[in-house]
Ligand binder design. Sequence first.
Ligand code: SOE
Length: 369
Amino acid sequence: MTTDVTHTGIGTIRAGFLGGGFMARVHSRAARAVGATMTAVASSSPERAERAAEELGIAEAAESASALLSGDSDVVHICTPNATHAPLAMQAISAGKHVICEKPLATTHADARTLAEAAEEAGVIAAVPFVYRYHPMVREARARVAAGEIGALLTVDCGYLQDWMLLPEDDDWRATSADGGPSRAFADIGSHLCDLLEFVAGERIARLTARTRRVYDTRGGHEVANEDAVAILVELDSGAIGTLLISQMAAGRKNALTLELHGAQASIRFDQERPEELWIGGRASNQQLFRDGQTAHPGVERFSRVPVGHAQGYQDAFNGFVADVYATVAGERIDGLPVFADGVRAAQLTEAVLEAAAGERWIDVAEQS
Ligand code: SOE
């Protein structure tokens, strides 16, 4: 099994970073791991940028986002609060940079579309880190579904549960309208879940209805602008139906993304907290597959980043994603890279979910334009 994933050209990539929080740490670790040169970081103030440069081991602290964008980085990683993504991504595209922009790409569907069009026109590579696509067992599940191994899709049972907003005193910029935007739980993690569902199922959510819940109206002395949890009923293109539960107040659940697809012949389940496994359900017997080099469909082995038996997880998936973005910048063509079009799709679904919940009705997602 291939474990040494190398791409030509990555060593020449110069990466700059906007933001100095948790996601900037994950992005910069990935950039370092895959061999890029990290040129500079900018944050909300020059002092924060200095601190981030030191913490992340980046050579230069830029005075501002504009200063960083006028510098010599090839790719800019945008890891700032949600509401700043769209203006910063537009500035980066205008400066001719390739962009990796955290999700949500924009807080409105219209802004996300404008960004995707601008990136296309400028001819830059523009990606969104829907990184769960980079678990080998997700690719295995996708390959099995595409090969018809589970049969026609009947139902889906999916969830993404966290608990870091469980208590009334838990607070975060994502809960404010200024920095977070109109959706929190769905935009932050439901977007990952829907991306993965559509990626693995190979079809789209055609219609949905949803109920959102905000448990506390204030947190940290400010009004909470968005939802803590959302329950969604979906119908996919094929007519398959299913449920998605998304919550950031599910005690004990830290990052429990689960995807279970039921086909006419078999079922398949991926659990992000046990990413080296895949459950295959059959009427006669069930099977637990492991990343072991034997079960892999052709092409899946390139997503293994460490030898079998050496656990591979979230940061490895992130590293795989960043390696693929850089390889695309260096001229390779890569299947399954999550790009701005996927960020647009997430923004479209976000608006559909909010509208369905507000209007207590079913929404045809394609009409969300
Ligand atoms: C927080 O909910 C968070 O860091 C998300 O923003 C990430 O996208 C997810 O991968 C892990 O949880």
